[in-house]
Design a protein around this ligand. Structure first.
Ligand code: NDP
Length: 390
C-alpha cells in the first residue's frame, strides 16, 4: 500500500464553500489538437467545486483510502519541521501544485527514500529538481493541457487590462471618483499593436489565436517553428530568439517553461532591448524574469506595465517588490486554478494514479521524467542541467 503526500493551498479564509456562484461547468472533452481531457475510470467529486485546496483534496480521499492507501493532505510546506518535511521520508507519491509548490529539491529527494512518483496537479514541474529526479529514477508527471486554456484567457485579460489601464480606473470607482483624465492618461487601444509570445506551445498558441481577432500584428519565438499553415492563418512573424523578437513588440507574453534555457532570460539587457513603454505579461514562471530588473524598468518607464501571476518564492512575502512596484497587474498564482481547470487537473491526477497503481503506462503527454531521463512532454519542452539526461 502506498503513502500519498499531497500539498495543496489553504482553504478560503472564510471557510470551505458551501455553495457556488454557478451550478455547472461547460463540458469539454477535447483540447485543441485533439488530445482528450482526462479519462480516469471514475471520480468522487463534483466538477465546479473547490478541489485544489486542502479540504477539496483533489477529490482523491475516497479513491485512495478505499484501496488501502494512506493520503496525507497539508498546506504546511515551507517552515522548518513542516508537515511536508515530516511526512516526506516514507512517502511513495508526492502531489503538488505550481500555485502552492512543495519544492522537491535535491536535498528533499535524497531524504525521500521511498519516493517513486511526483505528480504536478497542473502544468509546470520546475518545482521538482528534475536532475535529482532523473538520478534517483523518480517519475515526474503533470496534467498536460489541463489549464493551458485557462492561462491563455488570463493572458488576454491581463494584456487588455494593462493596455487599457483597467485596474487603476476601477480603483477610481472604488474610491468614489469620476477622474476620467486620470484614468485615460495611460490608456491605449490594443488594435494595431505588435504582440509577441516567447514560446508557442499549448498556452502560447492559444494566446495567439485569442488575440488575432483584435487586429494586432503577431510575433513568436520558439525552439520549434509552428506549421506554415498556422503561421499563415494567424499572420505570424517568427523570430529565432526572444532577443530578436522583443524590439518589434508593444506587448510581450512569456509562455515557456522554466528550465536552464529560460531562467533569467528577461534581465536588464533584454528588457532594455524592448520598446520604451512596452508591456510584459508573465504567467509562465517568475524566475524567467529578473525580479529587480522588472521593478527598475517600471520605475524608469522602460516598461509601461507588467502583469502575471507567478512569483518566486511562492507564496511571495509581504515585502516582495512586485507587490508595490508601479503599473503592475499582478495576481497571486491563480490563472491555472479556475474551478474549471481544477476539475480537469483533479481528474488528470486521478488518471495518473490509476495508471501508476495498475502498473499501466502513464499517458506519454503527461510524462516529464521517466526511467531516468526526460520523457514525453518533458523531452520536448524541458532541458536539464546535464544535457546527457535529455
Ligand atoms: P507546452 O509544453 O505546450 O509549451 C511550452 C513551449 O515552450 C514549447 O513550445 C517549447 O518549445 C517552448 N520552449 C521551451 N523552451 C523555450 C525557449 N528557451 N525559448 C522559446 N520557447 C521555448 O506548455 P504550456 O504552453 O502548456 O505551458 C507553458 C508553461 O506555462 C508551463 O511550463 C508553466 O511553466 C506555465 N504555466 C503556468 C500556469 C499558471 O497557472 N500560471 C499554468 C500552466 C502552465 P518546443 O516544445 O517547441 O521545444
Amino acid at each position: 500500500m502506498a503513502k500519498v503526500l499531497c500539498v495543496l493551498y489553504d482553504d478560503p479564509i472564510d471557510g470551505y464553500p458551501t455553495s457556488y456562484a454557478r451550478d455547472d461547468l461547460p463540458r469539454v472533452d477535447h483540447y485543441p489538437g485533439g488530445q482528450t481531457t482526462p479519462t480516469p475510470q471514475g471520480t468522487d467529486f463534483t466538477p465546479g467545486h473547490l478541489l485544489g485546496s486542502v479540504s477539496g483534496g483533489l477529490g482523491l480521499r475516497q479513491f485512495l483510502e478505499s484501496r488501502g492507501h494512506t493520503l496525507v493532505v497539508t498546506s504546511d510546506k515551507d517552515q522548518d519541521g513542516s508537515v511536508f518535511d515530516r511526512e516526506l521520508p516514507d512517502a511513495d507519491v508526492v502531489i503538488s501544485q505550481p500555485f502552492w509548490p512543495a519544492y522537491l529539491t535535491a536535498d528533499r529527494i535524497a531524504r525521500a527514500k521511498n519516493l517513486k512518483l511526483a505528480i504536478t496537479a497542473g502544468i509546470g514541474s520546475d518545482h521538482v529538481d528534475l536532475d535529482a529526479a532523473i538520478a534517483r529514477g523518480v517519475t515526474v508527471a503533470e496534467v498536460t493541457y489541463s489549464n493551458s486554456i485557462s492561462v491563455a484567457e488570463h493572458v488576454v485579460m491581463m494584456t487588455l487590462s494593462l493596455v487599457r489601464n483597467y485596474l487603476p480606473s476601477h480603483q477610481w470607482v472604488l474610491d468614489g471618483g469620476w477622474n476620467i483624465a486620470d484614468c485615460v492618461a495611460r490608456s491605449y487601444d490594443l488594435e494595431g499593436m505588435h504582440v509577441g509570445t516567447v514560446a508557442a506551445g499549448r498556452i502560447g498558441t492559444a494566446v495567439l489565436r485569442r488575440l488575432a481577432p483584435f487586429d494586432v500584428k503577431l510575433h513568436y519565438t520558439d525552439n520549434h517553428r509552428l506549421p506554415e499553415s498556422v503561421e499563415q492563418e494567424l499572420g505570424l512573424t517568427f523570430h529565432p530568439s526572444a532577443a530578436d523578437m522583443v524590439p518589434y513588440c508593444d506587448v510581450v507574453t512569456i509562455n515557456a517553461p522554466l528550465h536552464p534555457q529560460t531562467e533569467g532570460l528577461f534581465d536588464e539587457k533584454l528588457i532594455g532591448a524592448m520598446k520604451r513603454g512596452a508591456y510584459l505579461i508573465n504567467t509562465a514562471r517568475a524566475k524567467i524574469c529578473d525580479r529587480d530588473a522588472v521593478d527598475h524598468a517600471l520605475r524608469s518607464g522602460q516598461l509601461a506595465g507588467y502583469a502575471g501571476d507567478v512569483w518566486y518564492p511562492q507564496p511571495a512575502g509581504p515585502d516582495h517588490p512586485w507587490r508595490t512596484m508601479p503599473h503592475h497587474g499582478m495576481t497571486p498564482h491563480i490563472s491555472g486554478s479556475t474551478l474549471s481547470a481544477q476539475a480537469r487537473y483533479a481528474a488528470g491526477t486521478r488518471e495518473i494514479l490509476e495508471s501508476w497503481f495498475a502498473g499501466a503506462p502513464i499517458r506519454d503527454e503527461y510524462l516529464i521524467v521517466d526511467k531516468g531521463a526526460l520523457a514525453g512532454t518533458g523531452a520536448h519542452s524541458y532541458s536539464t542541467a546535464t544535457p546527457a539526461a535529455r
